[in-house]
Design a protein around this ligand. Structure first.
Ligand SMILES: [Zn+2]
Ligand SMILES: [Zn+2]
Length: 273
């Protein structure tokens, strides 16, 4: 009997090419340790480190990670995650339109996948996005970075229930991404039936993905401290503070607040297609 193979992806990761702490190698290695089959480094405006991650993963098939070249693009209506199908067609923000609808159009011409990240972030609300929502492929029903804010998360991301209604109404795939700027890669994940970047793209187009919070592999405070000390030695005091400032303390609050009763949290925050 044939068994269905499920894989997991984290499609929204920041590296030190923008406001993240890790470089492409560290991200791919950590993703491998955490059992992620597909990742995308999606820095603000630049594909530099994302392209490096793509090549590094390709040169190290033993790690079992495929890296898609992606970008977090700032549009006039808010951020957009663009995942390029063809590395030769990958673009940074300076070569993409700033108008939301035009950016989605151009991305789709290149067969890129378009994901709406952290819907409702920073009081902008989801409303400005609504006219273009139907043109996207997926929406982050779970964003790890927002959940990391624990008690404040209702302020930084729209109610998951509302996001789920929008997702269903517009026929989008459910996406779970960490939006990590630090060590918490895979804190939220996209699960799909199939393998590799191609299997993932197919599942997203068929809206056959599910999003979930991975509460079993969250980094501890001492993990952050270790990274901070390493970064201090390598880059100086600013990176030491940056490594800590990202959110280890807040994550601790989140763990007790949102992640503690794991079964309940999973029931509450897992959305099946
Ligand atoms: Zn963003
Ligand atoms: Zn982001």
């Amino acid at each position: 009997m044939e068994r269905a193979i499920f894989s997991e992806a984290d499609l929204h990761i920041h590296s030190n090419a923008s406001d993240g702490q890790l470089n492409h190698e560290e991200i791919v290695m950590r993703a491998s340790e955490l059992g992620l089959a597909v990742i995308a480094v999606t820095d603000h405006e630049t594909i530099e480190e994302s392209t490096r991650a793509y090549h590094f993963a390709k040169e190290h098939p033993e790690l079992g990670v495929e890296a898609i070249i992606g970008l977090e693009h700032p549009t006039d209506k808010g951020h957009l995650i663009i995942l390029f199908k063809n590395p030769q067609q990958a673009l940074s923000s300076k070569n993409l339109p700033r108008r939301l609808t035009s950016a989605i159009c151009q991305a789709r011409e290149y067969e890129a996948l378009v994901i709406i990240p952290h819907p409702g972030l920073k009081f902008v609300g989801i409303d400005p996005f609504l006219p273009a929502v139907g043109q996207a492929h997926g929406i982050e029903t779970l964003n790890g970075f927002s959940h990391a804010f624990g008690p404040l998360r209702g302020l930084v991301i729209a109610d998951p229930f509302i996001v789920e209604q929008i997702r269903k109404g517009h026929g989008l795939a459910a996406i779970g991404s960490s939006d990590t700027h630090n060590l918490d890669i895979g804190s939220a994940r996209t699960r799909f039936r199939g393998q590799g970047a191609e299997g993932l793209a197919l599942a997203i187009k068929q809206k056959a993905t599910s999003a979930y919070l991975n509460i079993d592999s969250l980094p501890t405070f001492s993990d952050y401290l270790r990274l901070a000390v390493t970064n201090w030695r390598k880059f100086g005091a600013r990176r030491f503070l940056g490594s800590l400032a990202n959110h280890p303390f807040i994550f601790d609050v989140a763990k007790t607040e949102a992640f503690q009763s794991s079964d309940e949290a999973k029931r509450k925050h897992t959305f099946e297609p």
